[in-house]
Design a protein around this ligand. Structure first.
Ligand SMILES: Cc1cc2nc3c(=O)[nH]c(=O)nc-3n(C[C@H](O)[C@H](O)[C@H](O)COP(=O)(O)OP(=O)(O)OC[C@H]3O[C@@H](n4cnc5c(N)ncnc54)[C@H](O)[C@@H]3O)c2cc1C
Length: 307
């Protein structure tokens, strides 16, 4: 224990050489929308230019790391993380307009970016307004809602490539965007994206934003702690409908419950633990498999590593 503490104190001292904030022992339950997960050491990158040096530093010490966005699609074990959770600090000028194109920093909030674009008469992504989290997380996941996926609008992505240690600008031809899945490598860190949007009057975009917000409020437990849909929809099936048809809405494991509003959402009702959620996911997977012959694939990203 004392050895580990000494190591962390030494690490904190060494990190003073970089423009980063060291936040040891953060509860992941406070950094994720599901509000579960044990402790992790967090390093906030204040200046993205230093990313190659910081990653090189961790590599040279054999310290694993992971990239934390807004934490709205993450499930972390109760034991916490052995890896460092790297997080990009939001930039002051995170949204830059150039005609129908907009460059947005990866740490920016997706919802805020959508409304900033609307104010500049740029639409097409109004459907994404209610997707929580960052632009970087949305890119990694190819976030989508109401017929819109972010990948459709991407013209360039500035990315730090863990494999080469270099920052590159990728064109859309070099990226595969699929349903809640992309070809980015696990150690790619998105720094910014250039989207090409559709020029439209502000009032029309706001009308669409209102419609999408209304639909979301009517069908999802947006005021509760969740990570959105837990499982992807298998081709030709709706996971929510299958779970609903099985009468599983409202089913509980400890403090975790299958939402009574949307059967593909697990909500943290009463101090759920990650293991409550894992147990509930197992039952959902098993019953759907048995009744529909379909294997459910996780949409939520699970950081399963042992401490
Ligand atoms: C109430 C609710 C509703 C939701 N509705 C939707 C919806 O309609 N559609 C939808 O698609 N999703 C939805 N989600 C899920 C979630 O909001 C999205 O997946 C979101 O895009 C995740 O972004 P994040 O910044 O929170 O990423 P995180 O949860 O922090 O991370 C998710 C993954 O992205 C990676 N990542 C994050 N930032 C970067 C970066 N800069 N570079 C490289 N990798 C990165 C992480 O390493 C991790 O693998 C919903 C979630 C909630 C809680």
């Amino acid at each position: 224990m004392t050895g580990a503490m000494n190591n962390r104190a030494r690490l904190a001292k060494e990190l003073e050489a970089f423009p980063v904030r060291w936040k040891p022992g953060q509860r992941m339950s406070e950094l994720t929308s599901l509000a579960v997960g044990g402790p992790a050491d967090v390093v906030v990158i204040e200046d993205p230019q230093c990313l190659p040096d910081v990653v090189h530093f961790f590599r040279s010490k054999g310290i694993p790391w992971r990239l934390l966005g807004g934490g709205s699609n993450l499930l972390v074990r109760d034991e916490g993380l052995r890896s460092i959770a790297l997080q990009l600090a939001p930039e002051r000028n995170g949204v830059l307009f150039d005609g129908p194109r907009v460059e947005i920093s990866a740490a920016a909030s997706l919802g805020t970016a959508v409304t900033r674009c609307a104010k500049n008469n740029l639409g097409g992504i109004a459907g994404l307004v209610g997707v929580p989290g960052t632009v970087g997380g949305a890119l990694h996941m190819n976030a989508g809602a109401y017929g819109t996926q972010i990948g459709e609008f991407v013209k360039a992505v500035k990315v730090f490539r863990g494999s080469t240690g270099e920052i590159e600008v990728l064109k859309p031809e070099g990226i595969r965007f699929e349903y809640r899945q992309t070809s980015f490598a696990a150690d790619d860190i998105m720094l910014s994206v250039t989207l090409e949007l559709i020029e439209r009057p502000y009032e029309r975009i706001v009308e669409r934003i209102k419609q999408c917000n209304q639909k979301r409020r009517a069908s999802q437990p947006i005021s509760e702690k969740s990570a959105g849909c837990i499982f992807k929809n298998p081709p030709g099936y709706s996971t929510g409908k299958m779970i609903d048809d099985l009468g599983m809405k409202g089913m509980r494991m400890g403090g975790a419950m299958i939402s009574d509003r949307h059967a593909n959402f697990i909500v943290n009702r009463q101090g759920a633990t990650a293991s409550d959620i894992f147990r509930l996911m197992d039952v959902m997977r098993e019953r759907v498999g048995k009744s529909f012959g379909v294997e459910l694939e996780e949409e939520v990203i699970v950081w399963r590593e042992s401490p």
